[in-house]
Design a protein around this ligand. Structure first.
Ligand code: DLL
Length: 433
């Protein structure tokens, strides 16, 4: 067994030879054990023995959410159910949940990668970790929990919700690290202001936020309101849960992918051709070491790009840029492609606008309409009507400039938009198409 420091700083050739060995073993195993994988590989005319280099990865067929749905709930598991010690599920946007399974070895590997991720943010055994990711079928709570314990830090398994109690616990227990979705972190910050608890009264040092997209401006907001360093963590249930990629403290640009376990690719979202580092596209992962529910070339629908430049922290693990959106949360408004993250970008560039917004899409007759509900600060809201109108027009104009879409903008009072305890709901699409 190699030490973590060694694995994370291996020269590329060393890392790639580990990846290739693991990939070859994986492809043999799924071909032998899982009929749907065998069928897809046969159809693509590729045999396990054909994978002689990492470049041969592109010969393997993709796996998609549809494959998971077709084999719901356990059809893609490669081990007998007796060996599965845990399942998690994520609610899809349509219909059935996505179900994932873990052997005891998978749970242990997950604890390892999650502990490594936490260490990238400087978390150590001495930390008191406030884990506000939801416990349950969602992978956030339990996934982070086992990693915190593996690292030897103290975990406070508070889960989501009961926000006032969370603040008391953070203050009284001396939480030093906050794990929460970025929207819930802001929710906590606002609630602190409400009950008059100052960031200085807490010992919080760093926040580890993920499970939903968030902009650089939102990062600044979280850092300012909580007085912490806020870093990004990425993961998805299908691949393992949280702990697929993580920002280190040396850079605020890009998350290191735990590449010895999760092999990344970026593909063109339309042609599905693999793209070189630096090019934006859809993230695809192959799990190299998972037993119960391995995935080959799983299309995440998340948009990002790979960063191959060396990181000042010394890790040689490739990085992925902050996720900028999903191929499937792209709204098409009167033929124009709109990503919620672009709307967020506009809003966060405007003074006095809070990072709480909601996009509503309707269809009137045959025409799509988009309205954006925007919370503004107390100070702005008490301004004269004329000034509010000017702000509304400015937001409209900037959205029109960037996206080419005319939308209605409604400024609302602070705390009007429903706060999330987990992932924020940014889009309400009322069109029945
Ligand atoms: O959200 C796992 C997780 C828990 C990650 C806690 C980080 C922290 P799912 O519920 O399966 O798993 O949702 C996965 O959420 O495909 C992305 O679209 C989105 N997502 C996750 N992390 C980030 C992030 C967990 N840091 C889906 N930035 C993924 C942007 C993210 N989007």
């Amino acid at each position: 067994m190699m030490r973590v420091e060694e694995i994370e700083t291996l020269p590329r050739a060393g890392l790639e030879s580990i990846q290739l060995k693991r990939l070859q073993a994986l492809v043999h195993r799924v071909y032998d054990k899982v009929a749907p994988y065998r069928a897809k590989m046969d159809e693509a005319g590729v045999r396990p023995g054909d994978i002689r280099s990492l470049a041969d990865l592109r010969r393997l067929p993709f796996t998609t959410k549809d494959d998971l749905r077709d084999n719901y709930p356990f059809g893609l598991f490669t081990v007998p159910m007796d060996d599965v010690v845990r399942v998690h599920a994520s609610s899809g946007t349509t219909g059935k949940p996505t179900v994932v399974g873990y052997t005891a070895a998978d749970i242990s590997m997950w604890a390892d990668v999650m502990a490594r991720a936490l260490a990238m943010a400087g978390v150590t055994r001495g930390d008191m970790v406030h884990n506000a990711y939801g416990y349950g079928l969602f992978t956030g709570g339990l996934g982070a929990h086992y990693g915190i314990e593996r690292l030897g830090a103290t975990v406070i398994p508070v889960s989501g919700g009961n926000t006032k109690r969370q603040i008391t616990i953070m203050r009284d227990f001396g939480s030093t690290v906050l794990l929460a979705t970025p929207s819930y972190a802001l929710n906590l910050a606002d609630a602190m202001a409400d009950v008059g608890v100052l960031p200085e009264e807490l010992k919080l040092r760093v926040g580890i936020h993920g499970a939903e997209p968030w902009s650089e401006n939102m990062r600044e907001e979280v850092e300012r309101k909580l007085g912490i360093r806020a870093v990004d963590i990425y993961g998805l249930s299908e691949v393992i849960g949280p702990g697929v990629a993580m920002e280190c403290l040396e850079t605020d640009h890009g998350m290191h992918i735990l590449e010895d376990h999760f092999l990344p690719e970026i593909v063109d979202p339309e042609t599905f051709e693999p793209l070189p580092p630096g090019e934006p596209g859809e993230l695809v992962f192959t799990t190299l070491t998972k037993e119960a529910f391995p995935l080959i070339r799983y299309r995440t629908k998340d948009l990002s790009r790979l960063i191959a430049e060396p990181c000042p922290c010394g890790r040689t693990l490739i990085r992925m840029e902050k996720v900028t959106g999903r191929t499937d949360d792209m709204l098409i408004i009167r033929g124009v492609n709109v990503f919620p993250s672009q709307v967020e970008h506009v809003l966060m560039g405007i003074e006095g606008v809070e990072p709480h917004y909601q996009i509503e899409v309707n269809r009137e007759g045959n025409l799509d309409t988009m309205s954006v509900l925007v919370e503004v600060s107390e100070r702005i809201f008490s301004d004269e009507v004329r000034q509010l109108e000017a702000l509304t027009r400015r937001i409209q104009a900037e959205i029109k400039d960037l996206l080419g879409v005319t939308c209605a903008v409604r400024l609302v009072e602070p705390r009007t938009i429903k706060r999330s305890e987990g992932k924020a709901q940014r889009v309400i699409d009322n069109r029945r198409i």
